[in-house]
Design a protein around this ligand. Structure first.
Ligand code: C2E
Ligand code: MG
Ligand code: MG
Length: 380
């Protein structure tokens, strides 16, 4: 059974010599736009790989060779700027042409500092796209022929993985817990979304989850009694019997652990979800819904999972004080939570204005750069 969204991809034949000399990667979450760019470039003789999922594309740019990359900027998950910064972390030269329907000074500055080859505004006409790609490729010296083996990269990322911890506190400043966040010293796969995507491609999500859970359990003795450790679960982990084993290092400290299940993944495809959650609760775990307000199911997930805690996605928190719409959405979530005894964490609080507004709306727990960044060590 698959619990992932089907990938909407289209692959043109790669270059016959395997050197990547004429391969161009096109990334745009709008499938129609991506296809049009793909057709234009294929018509000019390039081998084109079209991707609508930017995280998947990011993984490919670190494991495969491309002569040029054409990417949209505003995309869910990883933006074109994020993608460019991943590319530049290991390849200073490959031409990257950014395309956007909404040029801003901020993204233009980022594009320049990360040495984007061109910054084109939509709609892009085919000759301009071709010109930009050809010019970019001509300017670059030929790349070395070695390419990274995806398996080696993932092995290395897993070997060098560690967990960052970010505090979650009450509005009065009392420490409630720490969220464990995946990191790796393997520079090409340093971000959690990339490690997770790489593990997914390699069918090793179960192994990754087991490593994360074992590492997270090691943090428990380092935090004061009563302070919880929040652990992110990939939806696949709910199908791993090891999670339900009371004798594992995490199972033994279950009463100190909050398991975060994200709203971004399709939870309704897990067979007997209620039964599985009931087993986890009997072991002593608490359940949180992560990224509420960002996912597929909306309030359905609250009804279905009956969580102890919900975490409001930072997209709803960002500049909440300037948006009545956001305030009223958060207010209804807080009201719903209050009547059902659920605690609410607001994620991604960066400013005092956001904090004060969130506190006024009655949200009890806060997380974000304003209160503390994810850090390698737990303070104290
Ligand atoms: P998440 O669980 O919603 O984690 C919160 C993300 O927001 C973290 O990103 C954190 O670094 C970031 N963040 C916290 N405060 C702020 C803020 O004030 N402003 C901004 N802009 N960002 C803030 P990170 O560490 O990159 O993790 C991204 C996502 O990757 C996580 O989102 C989670 O879904 C996933 N993830 C992270 N670690 C793990 C893990 O161990 N296992 C699994 N399955 N997923 C993980
Ligand atoms: Mg989380
Ligand atoms: Mg979240």
């Amino acid at each position: 059974m698959s619990v992932e969204t089907p990938r909407r991809t289209q692959r043109f034949p790669p270059s016959a010599d395997g050197s990547g000399a004429s391969r161009v990667l096109v990334v745009d979450d709008d499938e129609d736009v991506a296809k049009v760019y793909g057709k234009v470039l294929a018509g000019a003789g390039f081998d084109v790989v079209v991707r609508t999922d930017s995280t998947q594309a990011a993984l490919e740019v670190v494991t495969q060779r491309f002569a040029a990359i054409v990417s949209d900027i505003a995309m869910p998950g990883m933006s074109g700027i994020d993608l460019l910064s991943v590319v530049r972390s290991y390849d200073a030269d490959v031409p990257v042409i950014l395309v956007t329907g909404n040029g801003t000074l901020e993204t233009a500055m980022d594009a320049i500092s990360l040495r984007s080859t061109e910054y084109l505004l939509k709609p892009v006409d085919p000759p301009a796209l071709l010109r930009a790609v050809r010019k970019g490729i001509e300017r670059v010296r030929p790349a070395p022929v070695v390419s990274v083996q995806p398996t080696h990269l993932l092995d290395s990322a897993l070997e060098k993985m560690w967990l960052a911890f970010q505090p979650i506190s009450s509005v009065r400043g009392k420490l409630y817990g720490y969220e464990a966040l995946l990191r790796s010293d393997e520079s090409a796969l340093a971000r959690p979304d990339l490690i997770i995507e790489a593990a997914k491609e390699a069918d090793r999500l179960e192994e990754l989850g087991r490593r994360v859970r074992a590492k997270a359990s090691e943090a428990v003795p380092r935090v004061p009694d009563g302070v919880a450790i929040f652990v992110n679960l990939h939806v696949c982990e709910l199908m791993d019997e090891e999670l339900f084993d009371i004798t594992t290092p995490l199972g033994r400290v279950a009463s100190r652990i909050v398991l975060e299940v994200t709203e971004r993944q399709k939870l309704d495809e897990v067979p007997d979800m209620e039964g599985r959650l009931a087993r986890l609760r009997r072991m002593g775990f608490r359940i949180a819904i992560d990224d509420l307000g960002a996912g597929y199911s909306g309030l359905n997930s609250v009804v279905m999972l009956d969580p102890e805690i919900v975490k409001i996605d930072m997209a709803l928190v960002r500049k909440v004080h300037e948006s009545l719409m956001r305030q009223s959405v958060i207010q209804s979530l807080v009201d719903l939570a209050r009547t059902t005894g659920i605690q609410v964490v607001a994620e991604g609080i960066e400013t005092t204005e956001e904090r004060d507004c969130i506190a006024r709306l009655g949200c009890g727990l806060l997380q974000g750069y304003l209160l503390g960044r994810p850090a390698r060590d737990i303070p104290g």
